[in-house]
Design a protein around this ligand. Structure first.
Ligand code: PHB
Length: 392
């Protein structure tokens, strides 16, 4: 087979790039180890920045999102015995976020790629990429029904998520450098059939650690609390979970509305960046190149921002053989990636209880939360970054 752009990974980055390229008449083949059901059912985060929402709408992917998603104009921070709202909309001059789950975005993207005749191969195995230093790289794989395939392409996109294979094709040391930070905690996440506990998200600081109230629909809620990374979900009965939420939230004068918990998971936390994001004909996008802790709600948005740049860069190349944007991809992408890293780290460190934290640290966190909820310029910094930099 021959295509222009070979894309490894059918997550938000890979599928969105394939969609954007299709709109400008550039061909691609997308492959993924996972089945379509797996991709469409895996529960991930659910906040879309304004720029992500705009791009999905402008490219014909907004119908279900505008019907089933929820636009939020603010978020709440709970700390020191009270609840304070950050008015994202006013502080940013009219920007907001959309609560719409990542797997719903993937359902929309897959449906659209297939309706447009896109070549998306699920359930492949034995992926092998070769020739990245030539101008004819190849992707070999075995397709779902066991047939060996070779795709010859101009470019390979490594969009295969945090368990990436493609990142490791960049020689370590000489080319590839890793930057990371671990955290001594994780998030315990639940999905529950319950009414919303709040109209808008609540990020809560408490003596017992962080918790977050989010939502999926009027009848399904998503909540998290900070936990030990070794936590076993089976040790946590529904009652125990709801009392933990209650204990962390009630000091702020508000409470959770419990219901039937139908999913429990522990999300590991990590900050990670791979530099550069390009080597030879390989371009990394999304979690294959970087991971953020979920507190800043940036993960999928950074992936979409990467492929927005790649789409323009590949577009310029195919239209006029102009390689300028391809050459500056690493620098252009990393600027936003590192901003997202800073923001996610900042939100995480302001809101979580660290195991070595002293009373001094708790008081310092409260002073910081007081600052971002009372100083307009500090609140604006949070709001600008939470709703996201415009896609340029
Ligand atoms: C979610 O709804 O899953 C969610 C919301 C906000 C975050 C992280 C996750 O910061």
């Amino acid at each position: 087979m021959r295509t222009q752009v070979g894309i490894v990974g059918a997550g938000p980055a890979g599928l969105m790039l394939s969609h954007l390229l299709h709109l400008r008449g550039v061909e691609s083949v997308v492959i993924d180890l996972r089945t379509r059901d797996d991709i469409e059912e895996t529960i991930k985060a659910g906040i879309l920045e304004q720029g992500t929402v705009d791009l999905l709408r402008q490219t014909g992917l907004g119908d279900r999102m505008m019907r089933d998603g929820f636009v939020h104009h603010g978020i709440n921070l709970a700390f020191a015995g009270g609840l304070r709202r950050i008015n994202l909309y006013e502080l940013t001059g009219g920007r907001a976020v959309m609560v719409y789950a990542q797997h719903e975005v993937l359902i929309d993207l897959i449906g659209r790629r297939l309706a447009d005749g896109g070549d998306v191969r699920f359930g492949v195995s034995d992926t092998q990429v070769e020739g990245l230093e030539s101008d004819r790289p190849t992707i070999r794989f075995t397709d779902a029904d066991g047939t060996a395939q070779i795709v010859e392409c101009d470019f390979v996109i490594g969009a295969d998520g945090s368990r990436t294979y493609t990142r490791f094709l960049m020689p370590e040391g000489k080319v590839r450098r890793s930057f990371f930070r671990q955290y001594p905690f994780a998030w315990f996440g639940i999905l529950a059939e319950a009414p919303p506990s709040s109209d808008e998200l609540i990020y809560a600081h408490s003596d017992r650690g962080f918790m977050l109230i989010s939502t999926r629909s009027p009848s399904v809620q998503r909540l998290y609390f900070q936990c030990d990374p070794e936590t076993n979900v089976d040790d946590w009965s529904d009652d125990r979970i709801w009392s933990e939420f209650e204990a962390r939230l009630s000091p702020a004068g508000t409470s959770v509305k419990p219901g039937n918990i139908f999913r429990k998971d522990v999300l590991q936390f990590r900050s990670f960046v791979c530099e550069p994001m390009q080597w030879g004909r390989l371009y990394l996008a999304g979690d294959a190149a970087h991971t953020v802790p979920p507190t800043g709600a940036k993960g999928m948005n950074l992936a979409i921002a990467d492929v927005h740049l790649l789409d323009r860069a590949l577009g310029a190349y195919y239209q006029s053989k102009d390689t300028g944007l391809l050459e500056s991809y690493t620098d252009d992408a990393l600027r936003r990636v590192w901003r997202g890293q800073w923001f996610s780290f900042w939100m995480t460190s302001m809101l979580h209880r660290f195991s070595d934290a002293t009373d001094f640290d708790l008081r310092r966190q409260i002073a910081e939360l007081d600052l971002v909820t009372s100083s307009t310029s500090a609140a604006k910094t949070l709001a600008d970054n939470y709703t996201g930099l415009p896609l340029t």
